[in-house]
Design a protein. Structure first.
Length: 344
C-alpha cells in the first residue's frame, strides 16, 4: 500500500499585534473563537476574532496594570458559565468573571481624553467627550464615526440618548441639545436657551414621544409628536433647580434626582408629586441618581450621604459602615440579577 502524505499550510497569526517577541506558554480558544495567549512576563493576550469573517481584528492585554495578580501566566481556561480562570506562576489563580474590563485610550482630538457620557446600542458604543462623539465597533474597538464641530456639534458632550425612532439625542455642557437623525446621520441643533444654566444638560431620557431633559435650571419635557414643550422649575414645586438625573420607573413615573430630603416624581398625567423622604435622618441630600429593582423598591445614590433604599413602608441608609467605599456616589445601577452597583 502507498502511504498518503497530507500537506498542511502553516500560517503566522497575530504579527500585526506585535506578539512575535512574547514567550507564549499556552493557547486557549474560548467559546466565541477568540484566542487567549498565556505569556511569561507579559500577562494574557486576547486575540479577538470577527465571527463573520473568521479573521482576528484586534487584541487586548490583561496584566498587573489592569488587575491580574501577576504577569507570568501558565494556563487560561473558560468554565461552563463563561468565566475565565487564569493560572499564574507564583501569584495564584485569577478569576475573570466576564470579559468586562477592556481599556481604551483616546487622543486629545478624538473625542478628548475625558469621557463624560456613554451609550451602547446594536450599532456600537458611542462615547461623548470634550471635543465631540466617537463611535466605535464593540468587537474591535475601531473607530466607525466621529462627530465634532465640523459637523456642527459644539461643546462638551455630557449626555447621550437614543429614542425609539433611532434618533440620537446629544446633551452638551454649554450648547444645549442636538439631534442626529438615525436615517441621515445629520446633526441639527434642537434646543438652545438664552439662559445659560438651561444649556448645561445633565441627563436625557424618554419614552415613546416624550423626551425628558435634566438641566441646571429645572426639567424640560418635549413632546415630539405634538411639539409641546414644558419647563418645570421651583416655581412649579421643584425643591431645587439643579437636576442631576431622571429615571422612568416601571409605572412610567419620572423620578427626579435633585437637592432635597424628599424624592419627587412626575405622574403620567404630568403632575409633580412628593415621594419618599429622608427627613428623619437629619441630613440634607443631593440625590445623584435613582433606580428601581425587580421588587419595585427604589435605590437612590447621594453626594455625601451614601445610598438610600426606599421600600413600601421604610427607608434604609447605607454608608461606609455597611461596606460602601465612600459616602460620595456618582452613579447607581440595578442589574438583571437584582444586584445594586454603586460608582464612587
Amino acid at each position: 500500500s502507498t502511504n498518503s502524505i497530507k500537506s498542511f499550510l502553516v500560517e503566522s497569526v497575530g504579527e500585526e499585534y506585535n506578539i512575535g517577541h512574547l514567550s507564549i506558554q499556552s493557547i486557549f480558544e474560548d467559546i466565541d473563537g477568540n484566542l487567549w495567549l498565556g505569556t511569561f512576563g507579559d500577562g494574557v493576550v486576547k486575540l479577538v476574532i470577527n465571527p463573520e469573517t473568521g479573521e482576528f481584528v484586534s487584541s487586548f492585554i490583561y496584566s498587573r496594570e489592569n488587575g491580574l495578580p501577576g504577569n507570568n501566566i501558565k494556563y487560561v481556561f473558560q468554565d461552563i458559565e463563561g468565566n475565565f480562570w487564569i493560572c499564574t506562576y507564583g501569584d495564584g489563580l485569577a478569576n475573570l468573571l466576564s470579559d468586562a474590563f477592556t481599556f481604551y485610550s483616546f487622543s486629545e482630538e478624538k473625542p478628548g481624553e475625558s469621557i463624560f457620557s456613554l451609550l451602547s446600542d446594536g450599532e456600537g458604543v458611542w462615547l461623548g467627550g470634550e471635543r465631540g462623539i466617537l463611535k466605535i465597533d464593540k468587537y474591535t474597538g475601531k473607530e466607525t464615526l466621529y462627530i465634532s464641530d465640523k459637523e456642527g456639534l459644539y461643546g462638551k458632550v455630557t449626555a447621550l440618548y437614543k429614542d425609539a425612532f433611532n434618533d440620537l439625542w446629544i446633551g452638551t455642557a454649554t450648547s444645549g441639545i442636538y439631534r442626529m437623525s438615525g436615517s441621515s446621520e445629520k446633526i441639527t441643533s434642537f434646543f438652545r436657551s438664552s439662559n445659560f444654566p438651561e444649556n448645561d444638560i445633565k441627563f436625557i431620557t424618554g419614552k415613546n414621544e416624550n423626551l425628558w431633559i435634566a438641566t441646571r435650571n429645572g426639567i424640560f419635557n418635549f413632546n415630539l409628536k405634538t411639539g409641546d414643550t414644558r419647563h418645570i422649575t421651583t416655581f412649579n414645586g421643584l425643591p431645587h433647580n439643579k437636576i442631576n438625573h431622571l429615571f422612568i420607573d416601571s409605572k412610567d413615573k419620572v423620578w427626579i434626582s435633585s437637592i432635597s430630603n424628599t424624592l419627587y416624581y412626575i405622574t403620567t398625567e404630568g403632575k409633580l408629586e412628593r415621594g419618599m423622604g429622608t427627613n428623619f435622618y437629619g441630613t440634607k441630600n443631593e440625590f445623584i441618581a435613582v433606580v428601581e429593582d425587580e421588587y419595585g423598591e427604589f435605590w437612590a445614590a447621594t453626594y455625601g450621604n451614601g445610598v438610600y433604599r426606599f421600600t413600601s413602608d421604610s427607608v434604609y441608609n447605607y454608608s461606609m459602615e455597611h461596606g460602601l467605599k465612600s459616602g460620595y456616589c456618582y452613579s447607581i445601577l440595578a442589574d438583571d440579577q437584582n444586584n445594586i452597583w454603586v460608582g464612587h
